[in-house]
Each structure stands twice: as structure tokens, then as C-alpha cells.
Design a protein around this ligand. Structure first.
Ligand code: ADP
Ligand code: ADP
Length: 237
């Protein structure tokens, strides 16, 4: 379970992008984060994955605090968080398989990709993940040969390869057509349920969030202004 307590981020510019946010996400629950541009959605995600240092507040993941850590402890803790991005962030010249392995190993060098020296157990796991996301037949293709939806599936498999305890998903469908977007949302919700993973999905498409996500959190000016089911959202918005 993920716990945010009084999380606040004030940038050097004086912008208070996240303002005293407290939120719990239990295992297996996928939460949609919505709000107008500038509401603080990416700042909140970047605080949790510790790309930015929160100004105040606490973040705990399964009871372990992620705030106030030294660089080494921080690196170790960040391995517990799987990230999925809008633009996939794949290494284009590597194969699908190698991109997934990079989630497990942290990094795949060109030399490794040339010699194909990877731990067999990791390869077996990567194949299983590719099977789960429906890309088994594409394992040896280069990432840049895939469609947007296929790339996002690789992004999901790569995040899972690191055996995360939390998924943070930043606008996963913003570059996809409506049908592919729905397929990706369905896959994400299924995977969180199967693996009992908590997840936060930053999503600007409210209709899509309503259709797939059991819980929606609305941010405005850095504060939580809504927290409920899609049905509650219909009543208030
Ligand atoms: P921090 O307080 O986290 O160190 P900084 O104020 O130093 O953040 O800014 C970090 C980066 O974000 C800089 O590269 C800066 O150009 C960029 N940045 C600054 N202001 C904004 C803004 N209003 N929106 C988005 N990015 C910004
Ligand atoms: P959203 O993801 O909801 O669009 P952001 O987290 O990007 O919101 O931005 C929230 C607020 O923080 C905005 O006012 C933005 O200008 C400001 N901001 C974001 N990043 C930075 C930064 N690096 N430095 C200074 N201000 C920032």
C-alpha cells in the first residue's frame, strides 16, 4: 500500500505545485489522477518516484519511508516503483526483448545486445511478460518497428520486469487512438488486479478514467478536491 501524508512541493520559483496531499492507495487498486493543466499531477508523480524532492510530508510504500533517504537508499527504493510513460521511453535501437530486460537489469548496453549475454532466468521471465501483454511474436523486433499501442505494451512489460511494488503511470494513452487507449487501460487494470499492485495513473481523458478506473482523485491547485468513484464524479462535476 502507498501512503502520502501531508505531501507538499514548493518549487524554487515559489509555485506550490503540491499542497498538503494525503492519500492512501491499497494493494490492487488503480487510481486515476485528474485535474486541469497545472493542477500538480506530474509534480505529485515526480515526488513519489523521487525525481523531485518533496518540500514537506511523508511517502511510505508498504511501510517503508521513501522520503529523507541518502542517494544509495534512494536508488534502491526507486527500484520498487515501476514507471510507465506517455511516450513509452523505449530504447529504439534495441529489441522488444532487450527493452523488457532493461527493466529487470536496470540497463542493457549495446555490447550486451550484440553478445546476447543475459541471465536465462531473466529471459524466461521477460518472455512470460511479453506473452502477458500479447507481444510474444514481437520479441525480436526492434522497438522502432512497433505501433504506438505495441510500444506501450512493451513499456508495461518493462515496468513489470523490475517486480515493482507500485506502478506510476503518466498519461499512458495520450499518444494513442481511442480504441488502442481502451485496450491499454483494460490491460493496466487487469495487471494491477492480477499482481495486487497499487497504481496511480495521471490521465487527462476523464471519460476514459471513468470507464476503467474504480477510483478517481481530482487535483486542483495542488490540492485534492475530489476522491471517489466515477459515479460520485457524475454527481458533483
Ligand atoms: P527544483 O526546486 O525542484 O530544483 P527548479 O525550480 O530548479 O526546481 O526547476 C527545475 C526545472 O524545471 C528547471 O529546468 C526549470 O527550467 C523547470 N521549470 C521552472 N519553472 C517551471 C514551470 N513553471 N513549469 C515547468 N517547468 C519549470
Ligand atoms: P500538471 O501535471 O497537473 O499539469 P504540474 O505538476 O506540471 O501540473 O505543474 C503544477 C504547477 O507547478 C504549475 O504551476 C507549474 O507551472 C509548476 N511547476 C511544475 N514544474 C515546475 C518546476 N520544475 N519548477 C517550477 N514550477 C514548476
Amino acid at each position: 500500500m502507498l501512503d502520502l501524508h501531508g505531501l507538499t512541493k514548493t518549487y524554487k520559483t515559489g509555485d506550490r505545485a503540491v499542497n498538503d496531499v494525503s492519500l492512501s492507495v491499497p494493494k490492487g487498486q488503480i487510481v486515476g489522477l485528474i485535474g486541469p493543466s497545472g493542477a500538480g499531477k506530474s509534480s505529485l508523480i515526480r515526488c513519489i518516484n523521487r525525481l523531485v524532492e518533496p518540500t514537506a510530508g511523508r511517502i511510505t510504500l508498504a511501510g517503508t519511508e521513501l522520503t529523507g533517504l541518502g542517494p544509495r537508499a534512494l536508488r534502491r527504493q526507486r527500484r520498487r516503483i515501476g514507471m510507465i510513460f506517455q511516450e513509452y521511453a523505449l530504447v529504439e535501437r534495441l529489441t522488444v526483448m532487450e527493452n523488457v530486460l532493461s527493466g529487470r537489469l536496470g540497463y542493457v548496453s549495446f555490447w550486451q545486445s550484440f553478445t546476447r549475454r543475459f541471465p536465462p532466468a531473466d529471459i524466461a521471465r521477460a518472455y512470460a511478460l511479453l506473452d502477458r501483454v500479447g507481444l510474444l511474436d514481437h520479441a525480436d523486433k526492434r522497438a522502432d518497428a512497433l505501433s504506438g499501442g505495441q510500444r506501450q505494451r512493451v513499456g508495461i512489460a518493462r515496468a513489470l520486469a523490475q517486480d515493482p511494488e507500485l506502478l506510476l503511470v503518466d498519461e499512458p494513452t495520450a499518444s494513442l487512438d481511442p480504441k488502442t487507449s481502451r485496450q491499454i487501460m483494460r490491460l493496466l487494470t487487469e495487471i494491477c488486479a492480477e499482481r495486487d499492485l497499487p497504481a496511480i495513473v495521471n490521465i487527462h481523458d476523464v471519460a476514459l478514467a471513468r470507464q476503467f478506473l474504480p477510483r478517481i482523485v481530482g487535483l486542483r491547485a495542488g490540492q485534492v478536491v475530489f476522491d471517489g468513484t466515477p459515479a460520485d464524479l457524475t454527481d458533483t462535476a
